[in-house]
Design a binder for this molecule. Structure first.
Ligand SMILES: Nc1ncnc2c1ncn2[C@@H]1O[C@H](COP(=O)(O)OP(=O)(O)OP(=O)(O)O)[C@@H](O)[C@H]1O
Ligand SMILES: [Mg+2]
Length: 272
């Protein structure tokens, strides 16, 4: 777990507040996330060089791109874990790049985040990891909490592993627990960094089905970073391909297939 991720997790959970568990999202005409002219460099390395992107409520955007193109950095900018050098980030209409921590935390209430490396609490069991935000931010009784944890674990196919420690489960299983934890407080915006990486095709398919179901039931906006083109095709309303700091293409799976851009065609060929 990276130190920065360690820092943000309690903040995300702390900020979640007391929420109802009744799927309270309301469809809004205001887009869930709007990125405008985002630039981000680390030292002399330019990672994001003017990203513009909009994700509507209820929409799932799959984000593709070669390793090191800045996909994880982009998600971290959206939750305010990294700050852009310039550009704007609107979340449900509110610009977040210059907010103080308190205001940022209020925005983070609406977001569920799965880090690329799951970032579970090592000293807590699977059950405790998922129960953590529930116990802290809802008024659930112990038995309600246990039921909810079991339900979340069942939704990611992990119901028989609740007593295990993170070090005793595989990387793919850690990822599924991270996904269950990201969903625990029913976010309006879900940011998933490689949710199916390291999973077998059947489990990957089940995770895809879960993402689709959540999208239908809760009207969530999701940004899903994935290297899996089939998964992107299944879950996404739109697909975007990041390349050399830019959004190279933003459209349907068919748009990507039909594209005559050399890099897009090469990417589609290699990944299929
Ligand atoms: N905190 C940081 N300090 C310095 N460089 C960073 C930092 N975070 C990311 N980078 C650099 O930014 C670039 C993009 O990283 P990022 O993790 O976003 O790639 P990615 O597209 O998610 O790749 P992958 O598909 O392998 O996960 C990389 O070159 C990385 O080394
Ligand atoms: Mg990444």
């Amino acid at each position: 777990m990276m130190p920065a991720e360690q820092q943000v997790l309690p903040v995300l959970e702390e900020s979640a507040g007391t929420r109802t568990m009744a799927g309270s999202s309301k469809r809004s005409d205001t887009p869930a996330v709007v990125l405008g002219g985002l630039h981000k460099s680390f030292g002399s390395q330019v990672v994001l060089d003017g990203i513009a992107l909009t994700v509507q409520s209820g929409e799932t955007l799959a984000m593709l791109g070669r390793s090191g193109t800045g996909k994880s950095v982009l998600l971290k900018l959206i939750i305010g874990l990294e700050k852009p050098d310039s550009g704007s980030i609107h979340v449900h209409g509110q610009e977040i790049t210059r907010l103080d921590l308190e205001a940022l935390n209020a925005i983070r209430k609406k977001m569920g985040f799965l880090f690329q490396h799951a970032a579970l609490y090592d000293s807590l069991s699977v059950e405790q990891n998922i129960a953590f935000p529930l116990r802290r931010h809802t008024k659930m009784t112990d038995s309600e909490c246990t039921d909810r944890v079991k339900q979340l674990l069942a939704s990611v196919g992990m119901e028989s592993d609740l007593k295990k420690m993170p070090s005793d489960i595989s990387g793919g299983m850690q990822k599924r627990v991270g996904l269950a934890r990201a969903l625990a407080l029913e976010p309006d915006i879900l940011l998933l960094d490689e949710p199916t990486a390291g999973l077998d095709p059947i489990t990957s398919g089940e995770i895809d089905e879960l993402i689709l179901k959540l999208q239908e039931e809760h009207d969530m906006a999701s940004i899903v970073v994935t290297h899996d083109l089939q998964s992107a095709k299944t879950i996404a309303d739109r697909i975007t391909l990041l390349h050399e700091g830019h959004v190279l293409i933003d459209g349907s799976f068919e748009d990507l297939e039909k594209s005559d851009n050399e890099f897009v065609s090469e990417f589609m060929k290699r990944d299929s």
